[in-house]
Write a protein that binds this ligand. Structure first.
Ligand SMILES: Cc1cc2nc3c(=O)[nH]c(=O)nc-3n(C[C@H](O)[C@H](O)[C@H](O)COP(=O)(O)OP(=O)(O)OC[C@H]3O[C@@H](n4cnc5c(N)ncnc54)[C@H](O)[C@@H]3O)c2cc1C
Ligand SMILES: C[S@@+](CC[C@H](N)C(=O)[O-])C[C@H]1O[C@@H](n2cnc3c(N)ncnc32)[C@H](O)[C@@H]1O
Length: 657
């Protein structure tokens, strides 16, 4: 697994960070803040271009070398001072050697005028692990996507159309690896005709590389003691068919509409997350839920665990879950900031329930995950953290915890651009005159874009009937807290889970029943949860005096799963037409198809979150809204393609089935 190495910082007496790895400064010793404004803002035509943005427009900056985040904070500050209120900034930055949170805090102390922004940044900075990490600030108006890892690997995974490039690696002579021809070609592939760039250096190799990639190169006075710097604009954008390793049938698809109106079907976590992410991008969203309130399906449990199962071999599933986990922690903390009783980031203990599980955990612990993400611990160490005695070793996830999922759904739906209609069942979808016409129990409702987030019920619509979504029944149980049980300070999980007390009760479970559709609470399922609880933690079982007659409530829900355990997030293709247009897949998986599939224009799905919806729905909602809006995607292309709804049909055809 690619590991993140430390930044290697030395501090000057002035408080300036210096990289010992590259023997170079992070910013000018003359005045870093003014340098950032001169080199990167002014010479990309900012803030004038911010002022001229249309309402709801998103401006995308990509930076090479996040460093201390100074350029990001300067851009954020300038954006809120100058851009129209509904315009948005997406700042994307690559970083191979991220600063730790304390290092970032120390470096940013140099700029008191940025204090309110730098505090928000340092509080939200993700655990350093390779991959894409998106943070959102100011109600989604400012987004920061960090591409952690070597830029040469992360940048080709970025799906974005960039408005301005900030080239800020260390000096080319000290860090030649960053200033390679691939960078300039990549820049061209991600740019449009008016895309600009600027950089502090005027090195010849950089000028030549940029010119060769089609950028105009202009030498202008540098900042402070630097004589020259360069900036310019792209003269010849790349043709539309940029080479990518992602098959054409698994690529993202933006909605082809000028009217930003969407309907979301389903008021659970995936529906409310999609609605919110669209609303934050300026869409007027109607959210339809068949039940009288939101979070009436799987998302309605009293306590859901924010925990992640990772694999040592860095699979797409593991990387997606890890990104979703960090994103969910960040978003839940923001969304429920005024409802601290509805969530707790108290940490999660994953107990090794068998020798095999222990070996798996050992492999994971040795795979090089940062200790802020997970640590292997003995039963004694875990008992200390849990506040109760535990008899097994396991993994400690300090960032995880539990949350009240209905509170998250309600907080997500609470946005001026979202209209919630409950008691509204959607019976069918029909495309008519560039719009979707929905037949519902409250009459016809229409919009150019529809997101189906109705879990396995998505398959009731003829356009989605082919998707392999299956329900799995699950029941959770609750027991009243006791003086002894209140000592539990963390979430416990293994083959089942148990949460610390919330509102005087503990939630634990949950059962798994395939092919069973009954929604009734069953005594035998409560018993199964009790048995699991006893295996998970005999001491908690005892502390709760856990007996069937003590169980005070329970709840049944249906997880919605897919065959590869990844959700379906993306556009919906016409199934029959795909069979015809991509028939060659049965003979030759590498056939050079030129055309995208025939999509049901404006129809998207966000479903199939299985047992992990708390960590995957929010990020998937953000991904889907970015895709629909044609904006930069918050996940790497290889992950995005593996979530594409067409993957099962194309895989079956490739296997000639
Ligand atoms: C027992 C149990 C325990 C779980 N524990 C955890 C956990 O600890 N951690 C974790 O990460 N995940 C957990 N999960 C999984 C997580 O709850 C789900 O992945 C997540 O809630 C899925 O959200 P969703 O919005 O996709 O589906 P749902 O929450 O089921 O939402 C779908 C919504 O669509 C509505 N709908 C359906 N058809 C229509 C229609 N035609 N018209 C209008 N509305 C319609 C439904 O009423 C429903 O409200 C658990 C799930 C279960 C069942
Ligand atoms: C001059 S500093 C950037 C300063 C930064 N923009 C700021 O506002 O503080 C250059 C950064 O590039 C990073 N870097 C160097 N080589 C890299 C690579 N190959 N891929 C990604 N980041 C790299 C360094 O770790 C360093 O943080």
């Amino acid at each position: 697994m690619p590991q993140i190495e430390s930044a290697g910082i030395e501090w000057r007496s002035s408080g300036q960070p210096v990289s010992t790895r590259f023997d170079d400064v992070y910013f000018s010793i003359d005045d870093g803040l003014e340098e950032s404004r001169h080199v990167f803002l002014k010479h990309n035509g900012l803030p004038e271009r911010f002022i001229r943005l249309e309402p709801d427009q998103c401006f995308t900056i990509v930076e090479t070398g996040f460093g201390t985040g100074l350029n990001f904070l300067c851009s954020w500050q300038s954006f809120i001072q100058h851009a129209p209120a509904s315009a948005r900034l997406h700042f994307i930055s690559t970083e191979k050697y991220p600063l730790t949170q304390p290092e970032l805090q120390k470096a940013l102390q140099l700029w008191p005028e940025l204090e309110s922004l730098s505090k928000q940044l340092t509080a939200a900075i993700p655990v350093s692990k390779t991959g894409f990490h998106t943070l959102s600030f100011d109600q989604g108006r400012i987004r920061l996507t960090l591409l952690l890892g070597d830029m040469q690997e992360t940048l080709p995974q970025l799906n974005a159309t960039v408005d301005a490039w900030f080239l800020d690696g260390f000096a080319p002579a000290k860090n030649p690896g960053m200033w390679q021809p691939e960078l300039y070609q990549q820049m061209r592939a991600l740019s449009h005709k008016a895309t600009t760039y600027s950089t502090f250096t005027a090195a010849r190799a950089v000028r030549e590389g940029l010119a060769e990639a089609g950028f105009i190169v202009q030498k202008v006075p540098g900042f402070g003691h630097k004589r020259d710097m360069i900036c310019g604009v792209l003269e010849t954008p790349a043709s539309e068919t940029t080479e990518t390793s992602i098959p054409i049938w698994l690529r993202p698809k933006a909605a082809d509409t000028s009217e930003k109106k969407a309907i979301v079907i389903g008021g659970g976590l995936s529906g409310t997350a999609s609605a919110r992410a669209l609303a934050e991008r300026g869409w007027q969203v109607t959210l339809l839920e068949q039940k009288p309130q939101l979070a009436a399906g799987a998302s309605g449990n009293p306590q859901g665990m924010l925990y992640v199962r990772l694999s040592h071999d860095n699979t797409v599933l593991s990387r997606f879950c890890e990104a979703g986990y960090q994103h969910a922690i960040h978003r839940v903390s923001q969304l429920l900031a005024d409802k601290p009783e509805r969530f707790s980031l108290c940490g999660v203990i994953q107990l090794a329930s068998s020798d095999k599980a222990q070996q798996k955990q050992q492999r994971l612990a040795e795979a090089g995950f940062p200790s802020e993400l997970l640590q292997a611990m003995s039963s004694d160490e875990l008992s200390e953290l849990a506040g109760i005695s535990l008899d097994k070793p396991g993994l400690w996830f300090p960032g995880g915890g539990w949350v009240h999922p209905p509170a998250v759904c309600n907080a997500l739906a609470n946005h001026n651009n979202i209209t919630v209609i409950t008691d509204c069942t959607v019976n069918s979808l029909e495309r008519k005159e560039n719009e979707w016409l929905l037949a519902t129990t409250q009459g016809k409702i229409k919009a150019p874009v529809v997101v189906v987030a109705s879990a396995d019920k998505a398959c009731q619509f003829s356009q989605l009937a082919h998707l392999p979504l299956k329900p799995i029944r699950g029941q959770v149980s609750t027991l009243p807290a006791t003086t002894e049980s209140q000592k539990l300070k963390t979430v416990l999980c293994g083959d089942s889970y148990a949460a610390p007390e919330s509102r005087n009760q503990h939630t634990f479970g949950a059962t798994f029943n395939f092919r069973e559709e009954t929604p009734d609470i069953r005594a035998e399922d409560h018993q199964e949860n009790l048995n699991q609880l006893e295996r998970l933690s005999p001491s908690l079982f005892e502390a709760l005096d856990a007996r069937p007659e003590k169980i005070n409530s329970g709840r049944v829900g249906f997880r919605c799963t897919t065959p590869d355990y990844l959700p379906l997030v993306g556009p919906v293709a016409d199934y029959a037409q795909f069979e015809v247009d991509f028939a060659m897949l049965r003979k030759n998986a590498r056939f050079p198809f030129r055309q995208q599939p025939n999509y049901h224009e404006g129809l998207y799905i966000n479903s199939g979150h299985g047992s992990r919806g708390l960590i995957t729905c929010l990020l998937s909602g953000d991904l889907l809204a970015a895709m629909i809006s044609g904006e930069a995607l918050p996940l790497s292309s290889d992950i995005v393609s593996q979530l594409h709804p067409t993957r099962f049909q194309s895989r079956a055809m490739i296997r000639n089935r």
